[in-house]
Design a protein around this ligand. Structure first.
Ligand SMILES: Nc1ncnc2c1ncn2[C@@H]1O[C@H](COP(=O)(O)OP(=O)(O)O)[C@@H](O)[C@H]1O
Length: 341
C-alpha cells in the first residue's frame, strides 16, 4: 500500500488537518493517510496536551473516514523525533508499504532547517499543501492545491474559530477541560487569570476533602469568571437575547449567568454541575455541593490577599456550616457596601 503521512502536534486536530488528508486521498495515488502525532515535548512553550489526549481527539476526528488512521510511532521512539529517523523507522517496521509525506506551506518554508533535509527528500516524496496561499516550494517537492481553511491549533486553544473543529472533538476537549487556561486568558487580565487559577485550586482541595469529583471542581473554578470582563454593552446584548428575565438584576451579578450560558454555547461544556456552579457563584444561591464549593472558593481565594485559612479549614470539615458562614460574612459585607439593603 502507498501511504501518506501527515505529521504534526495536533494540539488539537482541526479541519485544516482533515482537509489535507481528504485532499490527499482524492488527488494523490495513496490508499491511506496516517496521522503521526509528535511525542510530548516538556519544554515546548505552548500548553501541549498529553500524547494520549491528542490521540483521543484525533480518533474522534477521523472516525468518519475509513482511510484515515493514526500512527503512534513517534510517541514510542526514544529521544527527539526527527522526521528522518521516523521515516527510517517506518520503512523498517512496514516493509510491505511505501510512504510519502504531507506538509503545510509554513513547514515547507522552514524545511531547510530540518535535520538532514537533503537526505530526507531522497528518502521520501514530499507534497506541500497550501495554507495561506503562499507559493514557496522547496526544490524537489510537489504542490497540491486545496481549498484553504484558515485556522491554526493556537486559535482553537484560545477558544477561537471552534467551528473549524469537528463537534465530536469539541465535546471531548470540553469534557476533558483541555486548553481551558489558554482560553480564559483571552478574556481577562493577568490579575483575574491568577484569581481563576487560584479558585480552581481551592475548588479541587474542597472537592477532594468531601470526596467529590475534582475534575469537575477544577473546570468550574477555572471557568467561573470567563465573562467577568465582558464589556458592559456586550453583556447587555447577551442578557437581552438570552436571559431577559435576569436583566433587572444588578449588572455586577450578570457575569455568573452569562458565564454559564457562554461555556455551554461557546465551549460545548455539557456538565450540568459545572454550568450550575458558574450560574450561582455570584449570589451563592445554589443548592448542590459544587455550587457551594465554587461560591466559597471564589470568596475565600487566598490570592485576594487576606487570611481566610480558618474559614477554609471549616469548609473542608463541614461544607454546609462553612458555606453558611461565608455567605453570612458576604451579606454583611454587601450590606456595609450598600449593595444589599
Ligand atoms: N489550516 C491549515 N491549512 C493547511 N495546513 C495546515 C493547517 N493547519 C496545519 N497545517 C499543516 O498541518 C501539519 C500539522 O500541523 P500542526 O503542527 O499539528 O498544527 P498547527 O500548525 O495548526 O499548530 C503541518 O504540516 C501544518 O503546516
Amino acid at each position: 500500500m502507498h501511504i501518506a503521512i501527515l505529521g504534526g502536534s495536533f494540539n488539537p486536530v482541526h479541519n485544516g488537518h482533515l482537509q489535507i488528508a481528504k485532499t490527499a486521498l482524492k488527488k494523490l495515488p495513496v490508499q491511506e493517510v496516517w496521522f503521526m502525532p509528535s511525542k510530548d515535548t516538556p519544554l515546548k512553550e505552548t500548553a501541549l496536551a498529553s500524547f494520549e489526549d491528542r490521540c483521543e481527539l484525533l480518533e474522534a476526528a477521523i472516525k468518519p473516514y475509513k482511510h484515515m488512521k493514526i500512527c503512534k510511532l513517534e510517541g514510542k521512539l526514544e529521544g527527539i523525533s526527527y522526521t528522518i529517523h521516523t521515516v527510517e523507522e517506518l520503512k523498517k517496521r512496514y516493509p510491505q508499504h511505501s510512504f510519502c509525506w504531507l506538509i503545510g506551506d509554513d513547514q515547507a518554508r522552514q524545511f531547510d532547517a530540518w535535520k538532514e533535509s537533503k537526505r530526507l527528500k531522497k528518502e521520501v516524496e514530499f507534497y506541500v499543501f497550501s495554507r495561506e496561499g503562499s507559493s514557496i516550494l522547496p526544490e524537489g517537492m510537489k504542490r497540491v492545491s486545496m481549498d484553504l481553511i484558515p485556522v491554526s491549533s493556537t486559535e482553537i486553544r484560545q477558544g477561537k474559530k471552534l467551528y473549524e473543529v469537528p463537534v465530536s472533538v469539541r465535546l471531548k476537549i470540553a469534557e476533558k477541560g483541555l486548553y481551558f487556561e489558554e482560553t480564559i486568558r483571552q478574556y481577562m487580565n493577568e490579575k483575574r487569570y491568577r484569581h481563576s487559577l487560584s479558585v480552581a485550586q481551592l475548588c479541587v482541595a474542597l472537592a477532594s476533602a468531601h470526596n467529590l469529583n475534582t475534575e469537575k471542581a477544577w473546570k468550574m473554578g477555572i471557568l467561573h469568571d470567563i465573562c467577568k470582563q465582558m464589556p458592559y454593552e456586550i453583556s447587555k446584548i447577551w442578557m437581552r437575547h438570552h436571559m431577559p428575565f435576569h436583566m433587572n438584576e444588578a449588572p455586577a451579578i450578570w457575569h455568573g449567568y452569562i458565564g454559564a450560558d457562554f461555556v455551554k454555547r461557546q465551549l460545548d461544556v455539557r456538565d450540568k454541575d459545572v454550568i450550575s456552579a458558574i450560574y450561582h457563584h455570584v449570589l451563592g444561591d445554589g443548592k448542590s455541593s459544587y455550587d457551594k464549593i465554587l461560591f466559597i472558593a471564589d470568596k475565600l481565594d487566598p490570592s485576594r490577599g487576606y487570611d481566610s485559612s480558618e474559614q477554609i479549614e471549616l469548609c473542608k470539615m463541614n461544607l454546609d456550616l462553612g458555606f453558611k458562614r461565608v455567605k453570612k460574612e458576604q451579606q454583611e459585607y454587601l450590606r456595609k457596601e450598600g449593595t444589599l439593603q
